[in-house]
Ligand binder design. Structure first.
Ligand code: GTP
Length: 370
C-alpha cells in the first residue's frame, strides 16, 4: 500500500525554528523528524511513499534523495502555492492506486497501521480516520462515532455541555481512491472541513479508528520539547526500540565529557560533543553534533541543535537553541526561549521568558538583564 505524507505546511507556529528548515526536517533526538516517520512506515511494511510538498521542499529532497538510503521508495510532488491537506493529496493523484494512506507529516505515533487498515476493510469504508482522545475536548474539532465506529458527525470546539466524545482527528487516514474525485484540482481544499463532511452528507461510510496509543503533533515549541522528553523517557515504543532502550545517557562518536560532569539522564549527546569540567546536564536533554559546553554550565530540559557553543557558568533550561547558536559566559536562558540558527547571546544576559529570537540576531553583553 502506498502512503502520501503531507509536508507542505509553513510551520508558522514553530517559527523561528522553521525559517531555515521545514517542520519535517527539524531535528528530533538528533535526526530529521521525517526520518522517524519513514522508519515507522517501514516498520509497518509501507515502503512506497509520496511526499506532498510546498514550503522549503528542496531541503527535504536533498536529504532523502530517492529514499534508497532509508529503505523507502520516495517520490516528490511540489505545489506552486499551498493547496491545503486535501488539495495536496489531489495534487499527487497520479501516483496513487488502490486503497492508500495519508499522514500529516508532523505527527509521531505508535498507531497500529495494520489494525487500522484491517478495520477499514472489514467495514467497507470509503475513508477511515484515526482518532485519539484528548483531555480538553472543548479546544478541538471532535469526531463522534456510533458503537461500530461509523462517524456520525464532526463537532467544532463544542461548549462543555455539548461534549459527546473526547476523540479528535489524529491526522492519519485510510482512503479509497474514489475519495480523490471529491477534491477539486489545483484548489485549496481541506479534509477536515471539505472532504469528510462531504462524504458524510453523501452517506458514504466514514469510520473512526480509535486508539489511545502514543500520539503527538510537533506543531509548537512546547510540543517539540515534549516529544523529545517522551522519546527519551521511553514513551514512544517504536522509537525507543530503535534507540536501544531510549533511557539513560548516550554519547555519539568522539564525544568528550569531563569526568567531573554530572549527568542525570535521560540525555543524548551527538558526535564530537565536548563538555567541560563541573558542568551539569539534567535530562531530558538533547545536544547536537559538535556542540561545546563550557565549565560550570547547567543544562536542564533543553534541545541544542548542532554546532552550539555555550560558555562558562551559563544556566540553560526549558529552551531550544538552533544551529550554531552562541551563548556567552554567565548568561541565563530559561522559561521556553526559542533561539534560532546563528544567534549569539552575549555574556550576562538574562532571557527568562518564552522569547523567540530570529536567525542571525546578536544580543550584546548585559542587554537584557531584568
Ligand atoms: P502551522 O502554520 O504552524 O499551522 O503549521 P502547518 O503549516 O504545518 O499546518 P498544520 O500543522 O495544520 O499542517 C498539518 C500537516 O499538513 C503538516 O504536516 C503540514 O506540512 C501539512 N500541510 C499543511 N498545509 C499544507 C498544504 O497546503 N500543502 C501540503 N502539501 N501540506 C500541507
Amino acid at each position: 500500500m502506498k502512503a502520501v505524507i503531507l509536508v507542505g505546511g509553513e510551520g508558522t507556529r514553530l517559527r523561528p525554528l522553521t525559517v531555515n528548515l521545514p517542520k519535517p526536517m527539524l531535528p528530533v533526538v538528533n535526526r530529521p523528524f521525517l526520518e522517524h516517520v519513514l522508519a515507522y512506515l517501514k516498520d509497518h511494511g509501507i515502503t512506497d511513499v509520496i511526499l506532498s510538498m510546498g514550503y522549503r521542499s528542496e531541503v527535504i529532497e536533498k536529504h532523502f534523495g530517492d529514499g534508497s538510503d532509508f529503505g523507502i521508495r520516495l517520490r516528490y510532488v511540489v505545489e506552486a502555492s499551498p493547496l491545503g491537506t486535501a488539495g495536496g493529496v489531489k495534487n499527487v493523484a497520479q501516483y496513487v492506486d488502490g486503497t492508500f494512506l495519508v499522514l500529516n507529516g508532523d505527527i509521531l505515533t505508535d498507531l497500529d497501521l495494520g489494525a487500522m487498515i484491517d478495520f477499514h476493510r472489514q467495514n467497507g469504508a470509503k475513508a477511515t480516520i484515526s482518532l485519539t482522545p484528548v483531555e480538553d475536548p472543548t479546544a478541538y474539532g471532535l469526531v463522534e462515532t456510533d458503537a461500530t465506529g461509523r462517524v456520525r458527525r464532526f463537532i467544532e470546539k463544542p461548549r462543555l455541555e455539548d461534549v459527546t466524545t473526547n476523540f479528535i482527528n489524529a491526522g492519519t487516514y485510510v482512503l479509497e481512491p474514489e475519495v480523490l474525485d471529491l477534491i477539486p484540482p489545483a484548489t485549496y481544499y481541506m479534509f477536515e472541513r471539505g472532504v469528510f463532511p462531504e462524504l458524510l452528507s453523501r452517506r458514504d461510510p466514514v469510520y473512526g479508528f480509535r486508539s489511545d496509543c502514543y500520539w503527538i503533533d510537533i506543531g509548537t515549541p512546547a510540543k517539540y520539547l515534549t516529544v523529545q522528553r517522551d522519546i527519551l523517557n521511553g514513551r514512544v515504543q517504536h522509537l525507543s526500540r530503535r534507540l536501544a532502550g531510549g533511557r539513560g545517557f548516550r554519547a555519539g562518536k568522539g564525544a568528550a565529557v569531563d569526568p567531573s560532569v554530572t549527568v542525570i539522564g535521560p540525555a543524548i549527546l551527538g558526535d564530537r560533543v565536548r563538555i567541560a569540567a563541573g558542568a551539569r546536564i539534567s535530562g531530558p536533554v538533547v545536544i547536537g553534533d559538535g556542540c561545546v559546553i563550557g565549565p560550570g554550565t547547567t543544562i536542564e530540559e533543553a534541545i541544542l541543535w548542532s554546532g552550539v557553543k555555550i560558555g562558562a557558568r551559563v544556566k540553560l533550561s526549558g529552551s531550544i537553541l538552533g544551529r550554531d547558536v552562541v551563548v556567552d559566559d554567565d548568561a541565563i536562558v530559561t522559561g521556553g526561549a526559542v533561539i534560532a540558527d546563528g544567534c549569539s547571546i552575549g555574556s550576562e544576559n538574562r532571557l527568562d521568558q518564552a522569547i523567540r529570537i530570529w536567525p542571525g540576531r546578536s544580543i550584546p553583553p548585559r542587554t537584557i538583564t531584568f
